[in-house]
Write a protein that binds this ligand. Structure first.
Ligand SMILES: [Fe+2]
Length: 292
């Protein structure tokens, strides 16, 4: 069991097979200084500066006050989620990394704010505790893509627990239900259903290894990696972007991470849609009579 992060830098594109082989054995791939990623960062910065209405959005929470910051950051998040230019640039980024996007399904293109001040946090903008995305999706061919929009530091970034890549962690994947989450989100009273299954025995925070990459870089890692937000107490907001993908090539050839501790009984292929045509991976799966 390695406690070191298997971080591999890529300066040119690679095919889906090679990427999957590295990622599903636990490597974290960093595609450095992609021209399209620089374009995407620039475009996202313009949106954020306009929506936050502040030239230095990373320090905006201190100047605007928490409520105003939350409202403006939420508006920026919504704008990015439905924006055609963001979508076009993301596809270009993935193609520059060598991804065959004709076989690619994704969830959303997300902007993430991780405020430093507790009062600025919301359900969608906060320190995320340790989790594996696959506890929720139960799709073990899922790849996460993550990139900073403004520079990050060791105390304000994403963290990965390399020592727990292959080690079971007690978690609530058997009980957690997406349907319950949606009911909770639509409900008027309690809004405390967890967004994803949680660790029942959380690891020590100092086991998380912070990953620092530059704006213009993008990293890809298995959705089965245990990861978290490094708790942000820096006084500055972390602003990053992310998406999750599943390639039909990986499904067809059964390329995936090993399931070490996910006990979910439902696989959420329905969370992923074709990046160009929009059809659901779940429909694709059922039309093929349960196989790829
Ligand atoms: Fe995650």
């Amino acid at each position: 069991m390695s406690k070191r992060l298997d971080l591999r830098y890529r300066t040119s594109s690679e095919n889906d097979h090679d990427r999957a082989k590295a990622i599903f054995s636990g490597a974290i791939l960093v595609y450095r200084s992609l021209p399209a990623m620089h374009e995407l960062v620039q475009f996202l910065r313009e949106i954020i500066i306009r929506e936050i209405a502040f030239s230095d959005p990373c320090s905006a929470e201190s100047f605007l006050g928490s409520k105003e910051f939350r409202n403006r950051a939420s508006a920026a998040r919504r704008f990015v989620r439905d924006n055609d230019e963001v979508s076009r640039l993301y596809k270009k980024v993935l193609q520059e990394a060598g991804v065959d996007i004709s076989a690619l399904f994704f969830d959303h293109f997300k902007l993430r704010f991780q405020p430093s001040n507790k009062a600025s946090q919301t359900r969608y903008m906060r320190d995320l505790p340790a989790h594996r995305d696959t506890w929720g999706s139960n799709v073990h061919s899922q790849i996460n893509w993550w990139a900073p929009v403004w520079p990050v530091t060791a105390d304000r970034t994403i963290g990965i627990f390399p020592a727990l890549w292959n080690s079971p962690v007690q978690n609530s994947s058997a009980e957690w239900s997406y349907r319950e989450l949606i009911k909770d989100l639509k409900g008027e009273k309690s809004k405390d259903y967890p967004m994803l299954p949680q660790c029942l025995t959380p690891p020590a925070q100092n086991e998380a290894v912070p990953v620092i990459i530059n704006p213009g870089d993008i990293m890809a890692f298995s959705g089965a990696h245990l990861h978290c937000s490094i708790p942000n107490r820096t006084g500055l907001v972390r602003i990053s972007t992310e998406t999750r993908t599943v390639s039909l090539h990986d499904l067809k050839f059964s390329r995936s991470a090993k399931n070490v501790d996910c006990d979910s009984s439902i696989s959420h292929f329905d969370w992923f849609h074709h990046i160009e045509m929009g059809d659901s991976l779940a429909e694709y799966y059922s039309n093929k009579s349960g196989s790829f």
